[in-house]
Design a protein. Structure first.
Length: 440
């Protein structure tokens, strides 16, 4: 097994007078000065005010934590809650001086257990784990979050670094995380993937969360000279050596290519002990919608799971006679509660006026172009950065100075897709028709 990185003597870290409740402080890192990834202690200044990104490991929220987030959005921001492609929550329209009060509120709700590690707690997990016959991975999630918050080295991870815990169905494995832990078979084996390598390593189930953390710490060693934020940013030879090093300290290797497209939760009911699955149009929730979801979860089980596809699962169980009624109420509020919704598969970045780099109000344009559900998801981006875009296969709509470029993305790549593209001018009817044709 890999050795843990030695801890340096922790130094205090606080924001607005709020001290960390667990974990050591980050040591010096050659990358930390350039990591502008927002958190709850480091707010990002946007055109619509300051922005806070609250990490929700595994997307798991208690109803009391959900209520705390709603309170924070109303008290300090514009009242809305925005879901991210990592199952986190963003609060927008914040006052620049609210940092201390916001941190105190989130700390009291258990959403900020360590100020030193708040941006390192990037953990996605299969949202349907344990609900439809798949194994539960909750113990992995709880233990990995505890280990991350207890590691001084992990505090130096970039806010972009991502852990994934997959229950074996391949949903979050498809996201290309930096370190992925995968449940395998009824015997409860565990597989460890580094980056997008096709080679995975068997690790003892009891040691799986620790092996996941130690792999991340080994990445930090490998990244010291390159300044890489993520495994995919490492030079090819360094990345290959990292995989070999971790493999030599783990169990036997297994060839298991990463899924290219995630099987995302379908809106509706899930499993025999019924859970509810909903999607959120463009990931943006009004206070009324968030309160409705929270009240529904309080009535049935007391938990919400935010998905990396901007959806929310209420694990329940919800009695079958009540499930249809609950889904109908959620749909009436504007949420996606059935797979045939026109909004299914439609996503967009924040766009103008919230982002100064955006060339257009892509959320309004996406809404105007909504039509019958398409075979492929579509994502609208206000500029070439394409923030928050999906993984796998999708229709990519990017606003350029010449119009809207529409292309078919197959697999991961940086920059503009290398597929043939169509550019449509600022004609809403032509744009909607071109997007619908591409999705079909």
């Amino acid at each position: 097994m890999l050795a843990a990185m030695p801890d340096s003597a922790p130094s205090p870290l606080s924001a607005g007078g709020v001290s960390p409740r667990a974990g050591g402080a980050a040591g010096a890192s050659p990358r930390s000065g350039g990591d502008a990834c927002p958190g709850t202690l480091r707010l990002h200044r946007a055109d619509d005010g300051a922005l806070a990104r609250v990490r929700i490991p595994g997307g798991v929220l208690s109803v009391d934590q959900a209520e705390a987030l709603l309170t924070a959005a109303a008290r300090f921001g514009d009242g809305e809650l925005h879901l991210t492609s990592r199952g986190n929550v963003q609060l927008r329209g914040l006052g620049t001086e609210c940092g201390g009060e916001l941190a105190a509120l989130l700390t009291d709700a258990g959403l900020l257990p360590s100020a030193a590690h708040e941006r390192a707690r990037n953990i996605v997990a299969s949202p349907l784990a344990g609900l439809d016959g798949s194994p539960s991975i909750r113990s992995w999630l709880t233990e990995l979050d505890r280990l991350v918050c207890g590691s001084t080295a992990a505090a130096t991870l970039s806010g972009r670094f991502l852990f994934a815990l997959d229950d074996g169905r391949g949903d979050v494995d498809a996201l290309g995380a930096d370190v992925t832990l995968i449940a395998e078979g009824p015997a409860g084996a565990a597989l460890l993937r580094i980056g997008t390598a096709d080679e995975v390593f068997r690790v003892p189930v009891a040691d799986a969360p620790r092996a996941t953390l130690l792999a991340a710490e080994e990445f930090l060693r490998a990244a010291r000279d390159s300044g890489a934020w993520r495994v995919k940013d490492l030079p090819d030879d360094v990345r290959a050596e990292l995989v070999r090093t971790i493999g030599s300290a783990s169990g036997p290797s297994v060839h298991r290519p990463r899924p290219r497209t995630a099987a995302v939760p379908v809106p509706g009911t899930v499993g025999t002990a019924t859970a509810l699955s909903t999607d959120v149009p463009l990931g943006r929730l009004t206070p009324t919608q968030w309160q409705l979801l929270t009240d529904t979860a309080r009535r049935y089980g007391g938990e919400l799971r935010l998905t990396p596809w901007r959806g929310i699962v209420i694990p329940g169980p919800v009695p079958r006679p009540k499930a249809a009624e609950a889904l109908h109420t959620l749909a009436e509020s504007g949420l996606i509660a059935a797979p045939d919704s026109p909004w299914t598969g439609v996503g967009a970045c924040i766009g103008h006026p919230g982002c100064a780099k955006s060339l257009s109000d892509v959320r309004a344009e996406a809404g105007a172009a909504v039509g019958p559900p398409g075979r492929l998801p579509v994502y609208w981006s206000g500029c070439e950065r394409r923030c928050g875009h999906p993984h796998g296969e999708w229709i990519d709509v990017v606003v350029t100075p010449d119009g809207h470029r529409i292309s078919h993305v197959r697999g991961e790549r940086r920059g503009p897709p290398a597929t043939a593209a169509t550019t449509v001018g600022n004609d809403p009817a032509r744009l909607a028709a071109a997007v619908a044709e591409a999705r079909a």
